[in-house]
Design a protein around this ligand. Structure first.
Ligand SMILES: Cc1cc2nc3c(=O)[nH]c(=O)nc-3n(C[C@H](O)[C@H](O)[C@H](O)COP(=O)(O)OP(=O)(O)OC[C@H]3O[C@@H](n4cnc5c(N)ncnc54)[C@H](O)[C@@H]3O)c2cc1C
Length: 464
């Protein structure tokens, strides 16, 4: 039987249905163009940066310029994993900056989860935030072995049971009733949220602080002191770029990141009977230990939202709305989810969407600011930007205000990654990575042995 097409629309855009009023678009035709700070891009990074800049110095006149509408990018479309995961490994930080800095960086992520929880609460941002941890289901011996050695490694860095716990089969099944469960790895600190509600809530907060948000304002180019849009020139002593995957369209950032597409599907709201066969009662985010990245959450309105990589990279780092949907990947996601929870066999899948995220060559996000030029930027979170963008926004605000704090001394500050290769090398290498991850999973499933050689090649290409 041919699988039915999954409707192409983003679940998170249906926030009107759950009672949130989308703020009115700021009219972009008023003539005020002189600001202290202009931020390009109104996703989480731009919004958090504006928020903390105002806290640091309420006299600052701040403008946020957004090509589309608030949360149009990855911030309004992601899987809602507000997690303590960083895109780069502790070992890679340690190699470049030392063990103490690696530990400081991970601790900053734990503190960031608390910061987001506390801020959204005190600011009254209702974004369905729940800190129920994150469970990785281990479904083969290879996945279990990898998880054990990862936990051992985390222990060597000093992160104990209060952060990461290995669970046996029964303990795991108490949380999530996935097929073929052998055990689990619980990250106790992570959370889930409704991505778009966070964008809208933050936009309301920064508007109330006095920041001007200019939507439908396409920035064509920027230099020190000025920003060119289709209609006018904005002047500001500080110009910050927070455009993540879309940064490739600016001359300053062409090969600094590549846009990778991540895709999602969502089910209809599930009945209490179905949930009794799946679990996830305290709403932990979930995945399993396969090589290809997958991620899921039980939403506040009782659906499963589930995503994964596997969409192709487009030649020349092209970003286009045509690539926001991919029925092939959507069907694979449906099959994977039904394989995890057979009770979903007859469930309707009501939404499919996707979007680009930004990957630097060494998978290390960066926050930079040059006081001499007044230019700065933050991003490169790969698929882990929901929480890291808060850390980045706070840090960027401190750098701009010349505040020396614990976070401005973290290794991501002014970190520079090697540029990506020129085409066609980039196209071949990046698309091979995706295929190799799939091949590694297929091999492990068939042979029951770890696909060490394939994983070593993946590490070599990705610089991991
Ligand atoms: C499908 C998907 C699932 C994901 N799941 C997760 C997850 O579960 N957990 C997690 O941690 N991370 C996840 N991510 C990554 C995460 O969403 C991003 O890292 C994060 O949202 C980046 O925020 P940002 O503000 O830096 O960028 P964005 O949200 O991409 O915002 C950039 C903004 O800049 C604007 N812009 C671009 N060009 C211009 C221009 N020329 N002029 C003006 N404005 C411009 C865009 O319209 C956009 O609104 C996912 C990403 C995707 C795509």
């Amino acid at each position: 039987m041919t699988p039915s097409i999954i409707p192409e629309k983003c679940l998170w855009n249906e926030i009107d249905q759950v009672g949130i009023v989308v703020p009115e678009q700021e009219r972009s035709d008023h003539d005020h163009t002189d600001f202290d700070v202009v931020i390009i891009g109104a996703g989480y990074t731009g919004l958090w940066t504006a928020y903390y800049l105002h806290l640091n110095d309420p006299s600052l006149k701040i403008a946020l310029l957004e090509k589309n509408t608030v949360g149009y990018g990855a911030s309004g479309r992601n899987g809602g994993w507000c997690s303590t995961i960083m895109p780069m490994s502790l070992d890679s930080i340690s190699k470049q900056n030392g063990r103490t800095q690696a530990i400081a960086m991970q601790n900053a992520m734990f503190a960031t989860l608390k910061e987001i929880r506390d801020r959204t609460t005190t600011l009254g941002i209702d974004c369905d935030f729940v800190q129920g941890g994150s469970i990785e289901v281990l479904r083969t011996e290879n996945q279990s072995d990898r998880a054990k050695s990862r936990v051992q490694h985390l222990r060597e860095y000093g992160f104990g049971e209060n952060f990461y716990k290995l669970l046996d089969r029964d303990q795991t099944l108490d949380i999530i009733e996935a097929s073929q469960t052998l055990g689990g790895l619980l990250d106790t600190q992570s959370a889930v949220l409704h991505p778009k509600k966070l964008c809208v809530g933050l936009a309301n907060v920064v508007r109330a602080q006095g920041t001007k948000i200019f939507e439908n304002t396409d920035v064509l180019a920027y230099t020190s002191g000025q920003v060119e849009t289709l209609r006018r020139t904005f002047k500001a002593s500080t110009v910050l770029r927070t455009t993540e995957a879309f940064s490739v369209n600016f001359s300053q950032a062409k090969r600094s990141v590549i846009p990778l597409y991540s895709m999602m599907v969502a089910t209809e709201p599930l009945s209490a009977d179905v949930w009794s066969e799946i679990g996830l009662e305290s709403r932990p985010s979930f995945n399993d230990g396969r090589n290809m990245i997958i991620y899921g959450q039980r939403t506040a309105d009782h659906r499963l939202a589930f995503g994964g990589r596997g969409a192709p990279y487009h030649f020349g780092s092209k970003i286009s709305t045509d690539s926001d949907f991919n029925q092939g990947v959507a069907q694979r996601l449906r099959t994977t989810l039904v394989d995890l929870f057979s009770v979903l066999e007859r469930t309707e899948f009501t939404h499919h969407w996707g979007g680009p995220l930004a990957a630097p060559r060494d998978w290390t996000f960066n926050i930079s600011y040059n006081p001499a030029t007044g230019l700065g930027s933050a991003g490169g979170y790969v698929g882990d930007g929901v929480a890291t963008s808060n850390l980045a926004g706070r840090t960027l605000a401190d750098l701009v205000c010349d505040k020396s704090t614990d976070i401005t001394r973290l290794p991501s500050v002014n970190h520079s990654s090697k540029k990506w290769e020129i085409e066609p090398l980039r196209f071949v290498a990046v698309n091979s990575l995706t295929k190799l991850a799939m091949l590694a999973d297929w091999r492990e499933e068939r042979t029951g042995r770890p696909a060490r050689l394939i994983n070593a090649v993946i590490d070599k290409i990705s610089g991991g």
